[in-house]
Design a binder for this molecule. Structure first.
Ligand SMILES: Cc1cc2nc3c(=O)[nH]c(=O)nc-3n(C[C@H](O)[C@H](O)[C@H](O)COP(=O)(O)O)c2cc1C
Length: 210
């Protein structure tokens, strides 16, 4: 299968227009089940070390579960506030959209119970595979004009307990999904001058460090 210039441009547009969406931008409008399925199918079509496919997706619309996760966030976020110098900016950032988003998806890593090709030297490759799934989901969500936010200010053990997750799992990502009133043009943390954008030059090394 060969792609034409227009398709290449579309992929680039989707990648550049993808944004992290927080609560203030989510609408309560329901996401059609077939769109959730499209997003999940993109997840399971991600590359994975040794084709281990070590992911589990917990699709959550239960308000009690969301409430518990939101309480988990509030506790962790309160601790985080004291860590940053720019406390005022931090306090005003909305860093989650658990309750506003109609759907939450917890993406878990399931530890392999047998040796995996590619994980014999670098044991974190399983977790990295699940991150690839998350990125695929994020891009498909954006293509469907559905906002997605990644929430990581959470006590992982408590999330796993809330979900009744099996012992051989680890939380990789807690995602909030929903339609939005708008997608920001650039990362919000850039807009509020929390961080500057790095240029490609700053991110590249030719061959090796001198
Ligand atoms: C691993 C990971 C964890 C993240 N955790 C959070 C989070 O807890 N809360 C939040 O508001 N954004 C979170 N984000 C979103 C980033 O802040 C966001 O991707 C970054 O600021 C760039 O903005 P953009 O995604 O809109 O381009 C996370 C992103 C990644 C990749």
């Amino acid at each position: 299968m060969k792609f034409n210039q227009e398709q290449i441009k579309t992929l680039q547009d989707i990648i550049y227009a993808r944004r992290d969406v927080r609560g203030n931008n989510f609408l309560s409008k329901e996401i059609p089940a077939e769109d959730i399925q499209k997003i999940l199918l993109c997840g399971i079509n991600a590359p994975s070390v040794g084709y281990s496919q070590p992911w589990k997706f917990v699709v959550i619309d239960d308000e009690d579960i969301k409430k518990e996760i939101r309480q988990n966030f509030d506790i962790e976020n309160e601790k985080a506030k004291n860590i940053f110098k720019d406390k005022e900016i931090y306090k005003n950032l909305k860093l989650e959209g658990v309750k506003e988003a109609p759907i939450n998806i917890a993406v878990l890593y399931e530890y392999p119970n047998e040796p995996t090709i590619g994980m014999t030297s670098m044991e974190k490759m399983g977790e990295y595979s699940v991150v690839c799934a998350v990125q695929n989901m994020w891009l498909m969500a954006r293509a469907l004009n559905i906002g997605l936010g990644w929430i990581s200010i959470l006590d992982e053990k408590k999330v796993l307990k809330t979900l009744n997750a099996p012992k051989n799992t680890q939380l990789i990502a807690y995602l909030a999904l929903g339609y939005v009133d708008k997608f920001y043009k650039e990362p919000e943390l850039k807009t509020v001058k929390w961080k500057d954008e790095k240029t490609l030059k700053e991110c590249m090394v030719s061959n090796r460090w001198e």
